[in-house]
Design a protein around this ligand. Sequence first.
Ligand code: UDP
Length: 314
Amino acid sequence: MRVVVTGGAGFLGSHLCDHLIARGDDVVCIDNFSTGTVSNVAHLRDHRSFDLVQHDVSIHVDVAGGVDAVLHFASPASPVDYAKMPIQTLKVGSLGTHNTLGLAKAKGATYLLASTSEVYGDPLVHPQVEHYWGNVNHLGPRGVYDEAKRFAEAMTMAYCRYHGLDTRIVRIFNTYGPRMRPDDGRVVSNFIVAALAGEPLTVYGDGTQTRSFCFVDDQVRGIAALLESGEHDPVNIGSPSEFTVAELAEIVLEATGSDSHVRYLPLPVDDPKRRRPDTARAEELLGWNPSVALREGVQRTVEYFDSLTAPGLG
Ligand code: UDP
């Protein structure tokens, strides 16, 4: 297959590029490096099956030659990043989705949209099933991401129904692992970076809010399985093991052996109180289940951040 991956130099996108290259695909990685980095794909740059194109997909996208699949992963994905880039976030989720759908249609390619658990907002249904419509404050600071992704899903379904495009929608729940940026702002990277530096771990609110953390390798395996399936309706991919943020802080302190303290800071506006995917559809349709436990995944992520600061490497 020849696959276009937008956001391919990002945290998740770069792992996806690795997976596709490893299985023998040709990959065209498109990224504007607003949150992605060249270093995430530096190891692929000389690979004959890998092309890196710097481009903002909210502007018309052109790719020469045949394309079998378009995977749209370009977007700021951390609440800190999309608060810094609200308009770009709305544009890449709306115009970027339209442009990449247009590319897939022109090439007769399969299309996969990276959607998000944020489409459920601060959910009133728990765990979150795909047919739940969500509880999103579109006017709040998170609305730029949530609403862009909801629009992106609607646009993808419209291309599927109206143009007969072969589409997929993955709803990605909190995913972590190597290649998260140290300044990404998400909780796993923040806690690990702070613990390794001996700085306080910043718990927002009282730490009782929950998330279900999925290791990146499991996430990529789920996305690849969805791409292979013929499923057009959204599928949640995420860990069904739910932890409080306070529990995560403990796990990070254990994994790093750090004696950092916890510092409590205000909870961000509209921060979801509970989040856990219902993964029955992923299991039934794709035979997918995550295999990396949180303690193991955190350990592997700690090793990555440790290597960034190791003498001679940083
Ligand atoms: N959080 C925290 N400390 C941090 C960063 C995040 O307590 O340094 C909390 C945040 O308020 C949320 C949870 O951790 O309740 C997950 O936040 P993240 O930004 O990783 O992703 P979200 O699931 O909110 O998109």
